[in-house]
Design a protein around this ligand. Sequence first.
Ligand SMILES: [Zn+2]
Length: 326
Amino acid sequence: MKNVYPWHKPLLTHVEKQLSMGRLPHALLFRHRYGFFDEVLGREISKRLLCEAQNGKDACKHCHLIDENNHPNILLLDVVNEKVGIDDVRAIEQQMWQTSMFDKPKVAYIRGIDLLSIAAQNALLKTLEEPPKNTFFILSVENISRVLPTIMSRVQRLRHSKVEQHELLHWLQRHIGDQALTEAAIAKIAKLTDNAPQPTLALLSAPDEVAKLEKEKKQFVDFLAGKISANVLLAQINNDNAEAILRRFCRYTEGMIKFLFEKSSAITDKTTENLAQHPKWHGVSSRSLYRLYDILVSHRHLVYTNVNMQMQLTTHLVDWQHDRSS
Ligand SMILES: [Zn+2]
């Protein structure tokens, strides 16, 4: 039987509790975070729905079939990794109406519904409005703002609880094998990935990568401060590595926004001077950081097109740096 990741436990316990009270809604949605192994959550929730003990811990035949991705009651639609259109959504709906096996519910797990077209999302909405009896829909999404509000109002959103640092460090320490690393050393590396366990684990066995990332982060901060140009910052970017780099740039920018926000709330407590309420860091305001964030996010969506990423992004970042203090 596969182990449950510690940071998934609170969410799964919540599902188990609702299920035991007979209060679990037929449509559930969770946000898929990068680097937390959230792709296994669909499987784990399905186990709770089909397992004889309703907890996925008894190693019953349902649990086994689910672990082998072989349970006939589970229908999977992976919008993240496959091309999925409106016809596929309709096909799933039809299959949901067919008789289920073992006198157990049918479960549709649709991964990445934010990547479905509006038409396909509308088709899904129809099914959610009038679901067949004894069926469950488990939906995952990366970007909630790209999901129809009408879908959001039809589902129960399962929320992730905060990942405790000590829990994460403990988990990492158990999984790095026989490397002798102190908690402090692990924590420093985890910080580079914003405490996401999956990429941290990969970094822990790749010291060269750590050095590269530290250098990249320093360069990004230097760019924000106006010490290096967009050309230097983006010298190594291309359409193949842009997705990963932009993801990290977004994270660094979020970190800086948070830093300025904390600075501004700390100052507002002490003085009412207008100037002090809008602190800047090396001349950069939080408003211009939000602007930068938008530029980075919109370019992440261009990765899969024919656009020359390096040229496009450089142009935008040169402009941003020019106006960064406004
Ligand atoms: Zn079971």
